[in-house]
Every structure is written in structure tokens, then in C-alpha cells.
Ligand binder design. Structure first.
Ligand SMILES: Cc1ncc(COP(=O)(O)O)c(C=O)c1O
Length: 483
């Protein structure tokens, strides 16, 4: 018997496509219909993930079989992280407009490298970045580029900063490297995100270059200490990393003060506003991120509060020439600097790039400034509702103010030592993930183990918040009574 006809085609066939699109569409509709009520994690998730352990087949089983296997095992192994009760990390969902456009981006498989590879993807990237600057009140003249997320947006912003710093020492760092130069002075508060520190390593500046200046256990910026440190540099250039929205409690560095210091001492100000920059989309919270418009570079995420599918982030930099130097990229077969048409691959780290712009453009086109303002305001209200429920529960203790969308709290039945409380809250964090109906992670807040649910999904409603607190209390009661 012919092994190919018995086991399916060895190579793709055009005739497969209609059936597959139909299969995935039906599956997608069923999934999206049930997403509001699905647990975050199926009890079968581990087993389902391991069901994929198998050797490379000699002869493929055909597309229909592959997709059916993927759906059968995959839907259980996947987390409903785009659903309304996923409060771990800071993760958004996908708005319908973003989801549809992202699906289309896969169908037409555009490469957002340069105009020559896709006028559509590049034009929509430029238009969407302009719309985002408008939404977030950033200077219209800033340059921007889409990235995989905030880590790579921090990379872009800090690469521009490194280039600027090199110039201040008479060196084109992108060209010549950092050898022979002093260590780059980098300052931040304890709010700095781990990804920015990682990026310092990636850029050859070094993770150890950063000096964290904070005056308390939460990590709040020590402004006088920063002022002194900059004075001691005596005019030598430095990089400041400001944090607009830190991950423990959603707090902000005083960005306007950082901008004043940067101006006074001639430093570069990079602001990581992965999710916090969206505070600027509403008058209820824009005071938190005052002064970002005076920064030199800014990081924003798309897959967090913009609610576009993974992966998507944005880097904004005031001086486009620094990006062009840091990421200059050409070859005989590629468009060169003389080509007047946009070339995103030559102002950012990636060459071949997914057309993230389709989903960003589509969601901004669909919901506009007002839709986003209302979504952010709804999330702010939901965070306050969660804070209230925490405050009303005698065995829950809120550890921080709730300026934005993160509620930092712990279980504290009143009878435990600090060490016992840490153990209890760690076990509660594990129990939440094991239970799987809702998801949130733990952190260390001022030396205390705490939960830090973050609200950033357009689907989340009051009942999801209430259910989260109900489940936390239920699991905590079980743990305390089992002690
Ligand atoms: C403030 C901040 N910066 C950077 C990052 C890294 O973002 P990404 O995972 O999109 O690379 C995050 C992610 O949680 C963040 O909250």
C-alpha cells in the first residue's frame, strides 16, 4: 500500500485549506464563546502538555489530523490567559478587532521589514504609532518602532541612550563598541523592571552598571540621593531609567522630577511605561505619569493594556537619528539609506518582523480614544472594587495604595508570625495556580510575601473580581484550617 495515501499527504496541498479554515473557525468560535466562563487552567493541563512528547514522524499524518491533535491536546494544555480571570503578571486579552486583524495578518503573512516587503504593514505601523502618541499625549515628532514587547522596547530605548552616551564621549558605539570607554552610569529606583536590567546586559553596558537609589523597602526613588549622584558625575553623561507603573502595586516614579534632574544634569531619561503609560489615556490617572513627554525614550506594551494579541510592544525615541545609527542595516539586496521609503528593520532590532501593526491599527480604529479611556477607567474602578473587598475581609490585609490596576495584599489571619505569614501566602499562591479557576502571582512587597493581581483584560467584569476574592478566601481558609 502507498504509505502516503494511507497516512496523509507528505507535502501540503491547496485542497486542504478550506477544511482547515472551517475547522479552526468552528473551534475558535466555541472557545471564544466559552472564554468568559472557562477556568484559567484545566486540571488536565500537565498531562495534555506532555501528550505532545513524540518523535518526528517519518511520514506526516496530514494537516487535518495535525490540527485535530493540536485542538484535542492543545486546548487543555493552554491557559485561558486571554480570559477575564487571569490576574497573573500584567496581561491583557485581545479585543475582537485586534483578534480579527491578527488572524488576517497570519493569513496574508506580511513581513513588516520595510515598504518593499509590505506597504500595508509599514504604513499601518506608522499610522498606529502616531495614533498611540496621540492617545498617550506623547510629542508628535517622536520616532517609534514596534517590538515584540516591553523588553525589546527597553532594548531599543536604551540602545538609543547608549548611542547618545557614546557621542558624548566622542564615540559611535554602534560602530566601534564600548571598549576603552568608562562604565556607563545608569540610575533607577527600586521600581526598575527586571527586563531593563537584562537589557543593560544585552547592550554590553552590564547589569552591574545600574545603581538603584531608593529610600524605602518598597523601592521608592531617593530623589536627593540621585541629585547628589548626578552632581558627583560633574557633567559626565548618565542614563536615568524612570518607571511609570511598577509591577508590585502599580506605583510610579516621580517622572517630572526625573525629567527636571535629567535636564539639569544633562542626562538621558528613559521611561518604562509598559502598562502604566496608559494612565495617560484618562484624566482620572494621567497625573501619575506627568512628565513622560519630556523623556528621551519611552517603552509601552501592546499586549498588556492595549489588548492586542501577543507579541507586541512599542519603543518611542525623540531623536530618530540615534535609532538609525544603532540599528543601521543594509546589504546589496536590501533597501539602503538612500531609499526614501520607510524601513523599520533599519530603526529597530528585528529584520523580518510580524505585521503587528494590523491588530494595533484595527483596535484603535474600532474603539478609538473614548473606547480606550473607558476601558482603562473601568479597570481602575475594578481595582478599587477589589481593594474594597480586601479591606472588608477581616483575614485579608492590603499592603499598598491602589493608584492604578494592581492590588497588593496578603492573607493575615492575625495569629501568625511574619515568617509564618510568608509561608502561608506562598502556599496560597501555589494553591491558586493549582486550583486554576483564577490566576494571580505572588511577589515580595517590602519584605512580605503578597499577592499582586493585575487587571488589564477588556473582558473582566465585577463578577470576576468578586469571584477572585471569594476563591482566595476559600483557599486561604482551607490552608489555615489544615495547619
Ligand atoms: C514595567 C514592565 N516593563 C517591562 C516588562 C517586560 O515586558 P514584555 O514581557 O512585554 O517584554 C514588563 C512586563 O511585565 C513590565 O511590567
Amino acid at each position: 500500500m502507498d504509505p502516503i495515501s494511507s497516512n496523509g499527504p507528505a507535502l501540503p496541498e491547496r485542497a486542504e485549506i478550506a477544511g482547515l479554515v472551517d475547522l479552526v473557525t468552528r473551534e475558535a468560535l466555541a472557545y471564544l464563546d466559552s472564554l468568559d466562563s472557562l477556568p484559567v487552567r484545566s486540571p488536565r493541563s500537565e498531562e495534555a502538555a506532555h501528550s505532545f512528547d513524540s518523535p518526528l514522524p517519518d511520514i506526516g499524518g496530514g494537516a487535518s489530523q495535525a490540527l485535530q491533535e493540536l485542538i484535542q491536546g492543545g486546548m487543555d494544555a493552554a491557559l485561558s490567559s486571554s480570559g477575564p480571570r487571569f490576574f497573573h503578571f500584567v496581561m491583557g486579552g485581545s479585543t475582537p478587532a485586534a483578534l480579527g486583524a491578527d488572524w488576517l495578518a497570519t493569513v496574508i503573512d506580511q513581513v513588516a521589514y520595510a515598504w518593499v516587503s509590505s506597504p500595508l504593514a509599514v504604513k499601518l505601523e506608522i499610522v498606529s504609532l502616531n495614533w498611540l502618541k496621540d492617545l498617550l499625549s506623547l510629542p508628535a515628532g517622536w520616532s517609534g518602532v514596534m517590538t515584540t514587547g516591553a523588553t525589546m522596547a527597553n532594548f531599543v530605548g536604551l540602545a538609543a541612550a547608549r548611542q547618545w552616551w557614546g557621542h558624548r564621549h566622542g564615540v559611535d558605539v554602534a560602530q566601534q563598541g564600548l571598549q576603552g570607554l568608562p562604565q556607563v552610569p545608569v540610575f533607577s529606583s527600586g521600581y526598575v523592571h527586571a527586563s531593563a536590567v537584562k537589557v543593560l546586559g544585552m547592550l554590553g553596558i552590564g547589569r552591574a552598571a545600574i545603581r538603584i537609589l531608593s529610600h524605602d523597602a518598597a523601592g521608592r526613588l531617593d530623589v536627593p540621593a540621585l541629585d547628589r549622584a548626578l552632581q558627583e558625575l560633574d557633567g559626565a553623561p548618565a542614563i536615568l531609567i524612570g518607571n511609570a507603573g511598577e509591577v508590585n502595586a502599580g506605583d510610579f516614579d516621580p517622572i517630572a522630577t526625573l525629567a527636571d534632574l535629567a535636564e539639569e544634569h544633562g542626562a538621558w531619561l528613559h521611561v518604562d511605561g509598559a502598562f502604566g503609560l496608559f494612565a495617560r489615556a484618562t484624566p482620572l490617572a494621567d497625573h501619575l505619569a506627568h512628565g513622560v513627554e519630556r523623556a528621551d525614550s519611552v517603552t509601552v506594551d501592546g499586549h498588556k493594556w492595549l489588548n492586542v494579541p501577543y507579541d507586541c510592544g512599542f519603543a518611542f525615541v525623540g531623536q530618530q537619528s540615534l535609532l538609525a545609527e544603532a540599528f543601521a542595516y543594509t546589504a546589496a539586496y536590501l533597501p539602503g539609506p538612500e531609499d526614501p521609503r520607510p524601513n523599520m528593520g533599519a530603526i529597530g532590532p528585528e529584520s523580518s518582523r510580524r505585521a503587528r501593526s494590523l491588530s494595533v491599527w484595527s483596535t484603535l480604529r474600532a474603539y478609538g480614544r473614548t473606547g480606550y479611556r473607558e476601558m482603562i477607567e473601568r479597570h481602575l474602578a475594578l481595582a478599587q472594587r477589589m481593594a474594597r473587598l480586601v479591606d472588608e475581609a477581616p483575614e485579608l490585609e492590603r499592603l499598598a495604595e491602589v493608584p492604578l490596576n494592581i492590588v497588593c495584599f496578603r492573607v493575615n489571619p492575625g495569629s501568625h508570625s511574619e515568617g509564618e505569614l510568608d509561608r502561608l501566602n506562598n502556599r496560597l499562591g501555589e494553591a491558586l495556580l493549582e486550583d486554576g479557576r483564577v490566576y494571580a502571582g505572588t511577589t515580595d512587597f517590602e519584605g512580605k510575601v503578597a499577592l499582586r493581581p493585575a487587571i488589564a483584560n477588556w473582558r473582566t467584569r465585577e463578577e470576576d473580581i468578586d469571584m477572585f476574592i471569594r476563591i482566595v478566601r476559600e483557599l486561604a481558609a482551607d490552608l489555615v484550617s489544615a495547619d
